[in-house]
Design a protein around this ligand. Structure first.
Ligand code: ACM
Length: 468
């Protein structure tokens, strides 16, 4: 069923909103709501607490951009009289944040949680470990964060050009920091899905405990795919079982990431055994699509299909649930245009229009989609804002709203079949971006990429990327 779109009774008046909301139950699917603004007041009918939360986000949107400031600057907002019936298209509306390549300090991470909530996104996949940094405090194996959390310098720009920062970088979250992030996210109906990446992308752990690695070496100071991987012997697997147990104590999410990507030369048994351990502990493993190649995995394993959607379709055939995140559509670290002034341009061109045109394959076991923010070249919240927005506004709509069927049904033109959906109207969305989304982001202080191109201080001349 396609939910009714927002319906405004235009010209029917308005309400000066004093903040009072009459909340009632609603007989709708999870996360759904009906919001009624009349000249008498506001009523929210909500299927559950999440539905009420989303109704309140919509109320904020109706209040105009100033409703997104940290404190009110005028009188109470005036809302248009309207009825909104709304529910999400997908249950998994995710964003992956790579806090391993560049550490994101806790206040900035909390700010991102709020930005996700504003966009009705509900999964924050936290990539906590990689070759270049380990960000999860381990009480059992403290060298992981004490040694693995720091590197003496970083590559600056693409690795082929030799640039370096020559400045140390690092940081980690204490377990209590992460409990706080989880609780803050839960207040906003966001589930934090943590990931510890095995058996590749593990150089930071190997720097801390050299016996874990096939080879030794320090925390990596380069970008790219590191050929060193974890040993698949019993003691290394057991070490990681204990690390994952610590992770499970902090993160209540059912789904727990174990990585599994780009581990050439890695032993598939490693991933299988960690997956089995997570299932024994009552959780569901979450792996990048390479894990489909490691041999039989527990069916409960959820697959993140990133190299395209084909792997996701294979996973569905094998009985797995799938989250679609194909790089060509939702890798928000990729360059936003083919202009020369894009800062550190990498990957293929991925405009907001491209994100908006993305249609995740629909099937029962496609839980939804997620946008991925890898941070090799995003070393600050300002760089992150530039990469994330406004593309994340477009993504949020893709995963929340079904494609509108724009062809009106008449006796002579059959109803548009759901299997051939009309494309989203990018020009119509451009107008909403310009008049609604961007003013909201301005009020929130998000340093997005303007539609016309980077502002002068968002450019990074002389820092080479490597466009594909
Ligand atoms: C990935 O982009 N390596 C999952």
């Amino acid at each position: 069923m396609i939910p009714k779109p927002v319906s405004f009774n235009q010209g029917k008046g308005s309400l000066v909103f004093d903040g009072t909301v009459d909340v009632r139950p609603y007989d709708g699917p999870p996360e759904s709501y009906r919001l009624t603004v009349s000249s008498e007041g506001v009523t929210v009918e909500a299927a559950d607490a999440a539905g009420e939360f989303y109704a309140r986000q919509t109320l904020r949107q109706l209040g105009g951009p100033d409703a997104f400031r940290a404190a009110p600057i005028g009188g109470p907002p005036t809302l248009p009289v309207c009825v909104v019936e709304d529910r999400p298209r997908f249950a998994w509306r995710g964003v992956m944040l790579d806090v391993a390549r560049h550490f994101l300090p806790k206040p900035d991470l909390l700010r991102y949680v709020e930005l996700l909530a504003v966009h009705k996104l509900n999964v924050l996949h936290l990539h906590l470990t990689d070759d270049q940094g380990w960000r999860f405090e381990s009480k059992k194996f403290p060298r992981l964060h004490e040694i693995g959390g720091w590197r003496p310098s970083s590559r600056y720009g693409d690795r082929r050009y030799g640039g370096r920062t020559n400045r140390p970088h690092g940081g980690y979250y204490t377990q209590d920091d992460l409990r706080e992030v989880v609780a803050y996210a839960a207040q906003r109906h966001i589930t934090v899905v943590p990931e510890i990446d095995v058996p590749g992308h593990s150089q930071a752990a190997i720097a801390a405990y050299p016996e874990l690695g096939v080879q030794g070496g320090g925390v990596w100071t380069d970008w790219g795919v590191n050929p060193n991987v974890l040993k698949a012997d019993e003691s290394t697997v057991d070490f990681y079982r204990q690390v994952f147990d610590e992770l499970l104590d902090v993160f209540p999410a059912e789904v727990i990431g174990l990585g599994g990507d780009e581990a050439e030369g890695g032993d598939g048994r490693f991933v299988r055994r960690i997956a089995q351990h997570l299932v024994r502990r009552g959780r569901r493993p979450y792996g990048w699509d390479e894990v489909l190649g490691v041999g039989p995995l527990p069916t409960k394993t959820v697959i993140a299909s990133w190299r395209g959607e084909e792997a996701g379709l294979t996973a569905l055939e094998r009985g797995h649930d799938v989250v679609m995140c194909p790089e060509k559509h939702v890798y928000l670290d990729y360059r936003q245009s083919d202009r020369d002034d894009e800062p550190i341009p990498v990957g293929t061109v991925l405009t907001w229009e491209d994100v908006y045109a993305y249609e995740p394959a629909a099937a029962d076991r496609v839980l939804g989609a997620q946008a991925n923010l890898w941070t090799e070249h995003l070393d600050s919240p300002r760089r992150l804002d530039y990469a994330a927005f406004p593309r994340l506004c477009a993504f949020a709509e893709v995963v929340w709203s079904p494609v509108p069927h724009t062809t009106p049904a008449t006796p002579l033109s059959p109803v548009t079949s759901p299997s051939t959906p009309a494309l989203r109207d990018a020009e119509e969305f451009r107008s909403r971006l310009t008049h609604h989304h961007l003013p909201r982001l301005d009020a929130l202080g998000v340093e997005y990429r303007p539609l016309s191109g980077p502002r002068p201080w968002q450019m990074l001349p002389g820092v080479p990327g490597h466009p594909r």
